[in-house]
Each structure stands twice: as C-alpha cells, then as structure tokens.
Design a protein. Structure first.
Length: 289
C-alpha cells in the first residue's frame, strides 16, 4: 500500500483542496510523528508537497500549503554494530538454526536482507570468490516478489572472504543432497537461501528469528540490518578504504558512506596520527646565534 493510500488519504483526504490550510497539514505531521519516525513523515511531506504543487499548476488551488509548513526532521538513528567478539557470540547462538547460513553471509558481505534472499546460485562464483547482486526479494501485501535492484549502484559484484567461500561450497553440497532426497536437482536458477522446498524465505520470518537469537545471546536490541553496519565498521577498523567499502555496500557515493560511518572514522584519527608519528621525523629548531 502506498504512502498516499495508507497515510495521506485517511488523514487528509476528507478536506477539500481549497480548504486545505497549512495548519491542518502541520497538525497532521505532529500527530504522525508521535507514532512514526521523522524520516517516514518527512517522506510523506515530500509526496504531499509534490502532489499539491501539481494541483497549483492545474489551477485546483491557489498556493501549495506545504510551502508554509515546517517539514519534519529525520533524526539520525543511533547505529548498533557488533564487535568481533559479539559476532562470534551471535553466530554461536545461531548454530544449528535453519537461517544460520544467511546470518553468516550477511556479516561476511554486508549485503542487504533483500539482496541475500534474492541470490541464485548463478550469482555466486565460488572459484573467483564473488557474488553478483542482480535481483532482490521484497514482500508487498503479503506476497514475496523478485525485482531488479533499485539503482545501478545496487547491481554490483561483491568479493567474498575465503572462509565464506569454503562455507558456501559445503552448504551447496548439502543443498544438492537435500534436493536429490526430494526428487529434484539443484539448478543455477535455484535460490541460495531458501526453505527446504526451494521456496523463498519470508523476510518477516527471518527478521523475527534473528531477533529471538540476539535476545537469547544477550546482545540487546540488534536488528538484522545491523549486520550490514557491523560488516562496514569492522572493515573500516581493519583499514579498508572507504571507496572499497562504499562499492561493497552499493552506496551511491563514497561521501554517503563517509557520512553514515563518520563516527567510526572520527574515532580512527588517533590511530592514524600514531602511524603518522612513526613516519615523520622529530622537529628541529634552528639554533639561535
């Protein structure tokens, strides 16, 4: 369901266009921010403003009420990342879980949940240790559908660690045996991460399963998406170049990556200065006659 159908029409649709004043819009934003994030309401503002801008051009109303409204501000969420030790704890508690392969792949590649659930075996090159992101899996109105990645940057090739490559090689053998037992053959078009019958995994089921695991592990409020942040933070702390990380994550630009992980980068300044101190000579003052 779209933003218009779910939020704007139920709350503002009863008001005629010429009677829609900035006060009504501002009041709605205030109520919406009580139950929705600022970023979500900010998106609603953009949609509403564009729609009303079109209405002004068509002569349906004199001016755009949104021009006189303070748009909600998106609060920057506190990022939760796992330390290497916490990653080990999480994976230990996930051992034996049917979704363990996804969790291990997520923290090893930084791929989004939708990207992982859309992977086919043809997208995984175990010889070159690479993954090609060419489709994603989304759930809309209770139905799982495959789509192309939203942007050209999201369609990308991601390198794998040798450990992940070895793991996926063994995992593929297990899937091949399972398929033979079910009377079929694993093909390149089959999903890498799927239910036992080969059907797509429900994203909601995966999300809830992960939440239970981290609670049992005592890791607090960690989301599945935080595995992506964990991948990026560990890569940065290990000295990987921001451009390499930006490309792996499928970000639009290195600047965006630097902004998202600025708190980690700023915390690395002391280490960087220590390295610089090892290279530069001590300063020498000229002797005064």
């Amino acid at each position: 369901m779209s933003v218009v159908e779910r939020h704007l029409i139920p709350n503002l649709g009863h008001i005629q266009l010429r009677q829609l004043h900035p006060q009504e819009v501002q009041a709605y934003y205030g109520k919406a921010c009580e139950r929705l994030s600022g970023r979500t309401v900010q998106h609603q503002h953009r949609v509403l403003s564009q729609a009303l801008k079109w209405g002004v051009r068509q002569g349906y109303l004199g001016r755009n009420p949104c021009d006189l409204v303070d748009a909600p501000r998106a609060k920057k969420m506190t990022m939760r990342t796992l330390t290497p030790d916490e990653v080990e704890v999480m994976l230990t508690h996930a051992a034996g879980n049917q979704f363990y392969p996804i969790y291990y792949a997520a923290v090893s590649t930084g791929l989004r949940q939708a990207e992982l659930l859309g992977l086919r075996w043809r997208d995984v090159n175990l010889d070159e240790l690479s993954i090609s992101v060419s489709q994603v899996l989304y759930k809309r109105r209770g139905v799982c559908t495959f789509k192309e990645p939203k942007t050209s940057g999201s369609s990308r090739r991601v390198s794998m660690t040798p450990k992940l490559g070895c793991y996926l090689r063994e995992y593929r053998r297990e899937r091949e045996i399972l398929y033979l037992e079910l009377g079929s053959v694993l093909s390149l078009d089959d999903l890498v991460f799927a239910n036992a019958d080969g059907e797509p995994i429900d994203p909601c089921t995966l999300t809830h399963n992960f939440a239970r695991i981290v609670r049992r592990a005592g890791l607090g409020n960690v989301r599945f998406h935080d595995l992506r942040h964990t991948f990026a933070s560990i890569m940065l702390l290990r000295g990987a170049k921001p451009k390499v990380i930006s490309e792996a994550l499928g970000h639009a630009s290195v600047a965006f990556t630097m902004d998202v992980y600025s708190h980690i980068i700023s915390g690395m300044q002391e280490d960087a200065m220590a390295l610089l101190d090892e290279v530069l000579p001590e300063g020498v003052r000229a002797c005064q006659a």
